[in-house]
Design a protein around this ligand. Sequence first.
Ligand SMILES: Nc1ncnc2c1ncn2[C@@H]1O[C@H](COP(=O)(O)OP(=O)(O)O)[C@@H](O)[C@H]1O
Ligand SMILES: [Mg+2]
Length: 400
Amino acid sequence: MAVIVDLDPAGAETLRSALGSGSEVLPSIDALKRYLEEHPGEDAVVLGSSVDLHTALSIAENMRITRPTLGVVLVRRRIDTSVLADALRAGVREVVEDRDLSGLNAAVRRTVDLSHRLREGALGGEGEEGERRTSRIVTVFSAKGGCGKTTLATNLAAVLADRGRREVCLVDLDLAFGDVAIALQLFPAHTIADAIPLGDTLDAEGVRSLLTPHSPGLTTLVAPVEPGTASAIPAELITRILTILSHEFDYVVIDTPPAFDDQVLAAFDQSDVIANIATLDIPAIKNLKLTLETLDLLNFSRERWQIVLNRADSKVGLSVNEVEKTLNARIVAQIPSSRDVPAATNRGVPIVLDQPKHPVSVSIRRFAEEYVIAAAPAETAVPRELRRDRRLFKRKAPSS
Ligand SMILES: Nc1ncnc2c1ncn2[C@@H]1O[C@H](COP(=O)(O)OP(=O)(O)O)[C@@H](O)[C@H]1O
Ligand SMILES: [Mg+2]
C-alpha cells in the first residue's frame, strides 16, 4: 500500500500495523532512496515521527518535482500550524498525528487513490483540452445581488458531498466580496489570490495547498480577503484552477459575483450546469431574462442551464406561471423562504447539514439529484473560435 520510513523499529512496526500487509518498512532515508529507484510505480511514502522535519520536508519537495504522482504522508508527534504550513508548502499531501492510526490509514488510502488518478491523467496523453472528465462543474449565477447565490452554492456543495460520500470543492468566484468563508465560518490560511504568483506553474499540488476544508467531503477555495485583488486574477488562471479541480473532485461548485465578468465567463465555459437563481421580484426577473438572452447569444446550449427560484413562496404578486411565460423557460426548482436559512448561515452551517428535513433542504437536495447528479457532462465546452466573440457580447450583458 505504501512504503514506511521510521528510524525507530517500534514506531515503524506501529505504523505498519495501521496500514496492514503490503506496506514495506525501511530503516533509513538512504534505504528509501534505493527503494524508490527500484520501484518507480510506488504511490505513497509515509515518513514516521523519528524522521526529522527538515529531512522530511526536503524529501517531499524533491518528490514533488521528480515524482509528482508519488504522495508523501508525514507523521508527527504533535501538529501545529507552523508544521502544517511548512508541510503544505513543501508539497506533503497529508500530515497525521502518530497516535491517530485510523487517520493514518485513511490518509494513505486517499494519497494512493490520488496517485492512481494523477498517473491515469499523466498517461492519458491527450492534453488538457482532450482529457475525459467524469466530474461535474456547477456554477450558481444571478446578475442581481442578494438572490441567494451563496446560500444555494454552499448548500448545493454540502448536499453533493453527502457527508463524505463524494468529494466536492466549493470555489468562491465572488472575488471582491465573496462570503463563502464567512457563511461556513472558515479560517482560511490561503485564498485564491495565492494562486497569482504561481501563474502557469500552478499544478494540482499547488491548488490543493490553497484549499480550506469544511466538513467530510466538502472543501473550499475561498475568495481573497482584499477586494482590490479581484482584477489581478486573470480569467486564464481561473480556467487553469477549475481544470485542475475538476480532475481532483467529483463536483466543483462555483459561487459568483452578481456580474458577467471575465472570470465568471471562464467558469461558464467549463460548467456542465449553470444554475440561474432569481427571486419573485421584477428587477430579479428582468435581470434573469437578460441573463438567459445573453447565454443564448454566447451559444450556451439550453441543456446546460437551469432556473431556480428562491423564496418562491413569497406573496409578492408575481406567479411562477407568469414568470415562466415571460422567460419562455421552465423553473425547475423552487426554494421556499424561511427565517431558518439566515439563522443557519449565522451559525456557519449550511441548512442542509443542520436540518436535512427542512423544506429548504429538501428542495435543494431534489435539485441536486435531478439536475446536477443526473446531468450529463457537457460534451465539449463552446468551441474555441466562439470564445473570442464573447468579449463583444460582454458589454451588452446585464449587471446588478
Ligand atoms: N430561501 C431563503 N429564505 C430566507 N432567507 C434567505 C433565503 N435564501 C437566502 N436568504 C438570505 O438572503 C440573504 C442573501 O442571500 P445570499 O445567498 O447571500 O445572496 P447572494 O449570494 O446572491 O448575494 C442572506 O441573508 C440569506 O441568508
Ligand atoms: Mg453571495
